[in-house]
Ligand binder design. Sequence first.
Ligand SMILES: Cc1cc2nc3c(=O)[nH]c(=O)nc-3n(C[C@H](O)[C@H](O)[C@H](O)COP(=O)(O)OP(=O)(O)OC[C@H]3O[C@@H](n4cnc5c(N)ncnc54)[C@H](O)[C@@H]3O)c2cc1C
Length: 384
Amino acid sequence: MEIALTEEERQLAEAARSFVRKEIAPIAERMDREDYFPRDVFRRLGEHGFLGITIPTEWEGLGLSYRAQAIILEEIARASPALALSVGAHSNLFANNLACNGSDRLREEFLPPAVRGEAIGALALTEPNAGSDAVSIRTRAIRDGDAYVLDGTKQFITNGPVADLLLVYAKTAPDRGSRGISAFLVRREMEGFSVAKSLDKMGMRGSPTGELAFQGVRVPAEYRIGEENDGARIMMSGLNVERAVLAAIPVGIIAECLDRSLDYARLREQFGQKIGRFELIQEKIANMYTDLEASRLLLYRALDAVASDDRSRRAAAAALTFASEASTRCALEAIQVYGGYGYMRDLPLERLARDAKLLEIGAGTSEIRRLIIAQELLGPEFED
Ligand SMILES: Cc1cc2nc3c(=O)[nH]c(=O)nc-3n(C[C@H](O)[C@H](O)[C@H](O)COP(=O)(O)OP(=O)(O)OC[C@H]3O[C@@H](n4cnc5c(N)ncnc54)[C@H](O)[C@@H]3O)c2cc1C
């Protein structure tokens, strides 16, 4: 089964490919080496409409589907998974969540600058002691007159060091477990907010990741996103969309690894023949192709599921589990096809392998995704 793109999707993919070739491919290596975030390119992504794919047109977005969002991320990821991760955190985790759950006042004020790339968004859920067990976050939001006062620390936040706008989860009723969490919009310039640390990573370098501190940050009550204590519902539905859309990044990595392996297998000669003639190299290419097809089919199946408001979470969890592990596998195999040259930093393959590994960890680890799949299949009495 081929994934049939609509004419609009085909044109979007072509526009993204051309942008990536001109603006992103030339800086991808520098982003990695210098851990450099290209704010100017981010802005131009906004100017081209790539940051507001799923945002309704009334807030300056393109009003397109999650499929369209995935198409953009796949194209960016082929050159720079790190930039794709930052775009995903901005467009999907922050802006799409705000569009789905925010009040009209918040959407009117904050979505247009986010869509234009003038303001960078992030989502802050994880804490030093609350990763997989997200419901045990300790950041508090205590109501005080017409505001909430936020105190706590967030860990591993994509775009955190550069973000202007943050969607932050905090406990409004700590004794009520998952029913005591609320979501808030926090602006960088609010007093008491600071970037405690910019984190140095194995991969996804150039996508800034930070530890963030909230010390008595007064957030106006109207900056609450959704109802008080309804944060877990927003978080879970957002995570489902996030997993589905994010699976486009490993698909991009696999596609790049396959194309580069094909090029080299056709070119490189050993023992008087092209290495593509060796069956052990052919096996690697066949496996990469199979991983690519399987990952892409699972991706589009998951995108259909989230678009049809299917409440089940296993399609998105399965897509990201399979595609992320396949992308690590394919990047390592592509290095093997290139032999010693593949191990050199002149080629992007070792960077793609380092970047791919993150996709087995972020948006819920592979282990947590497997728990979601199994528990949903087993039935409600097996769910946490
Ligand atoms: C580069 C990067 C970017 C990120 N971006 C963001 C972001 O933008 N916003 C945000 O909020 N968070 C972000 N995260 C955080 C990410 O979602 C967490 O790292 C992830 O959920 C895992 O949490 P943890 O790191 O605390 O690991 P832990 O939860 O401590 O897990 C440690 C190990 O135990 C396993 N484990 C945990 N519980 C179980 C269980 N019940 N059964 C079996 N195994 C289990 C895990 O799978 C893992 O192998 C990011 C992380 C990274 C590394």
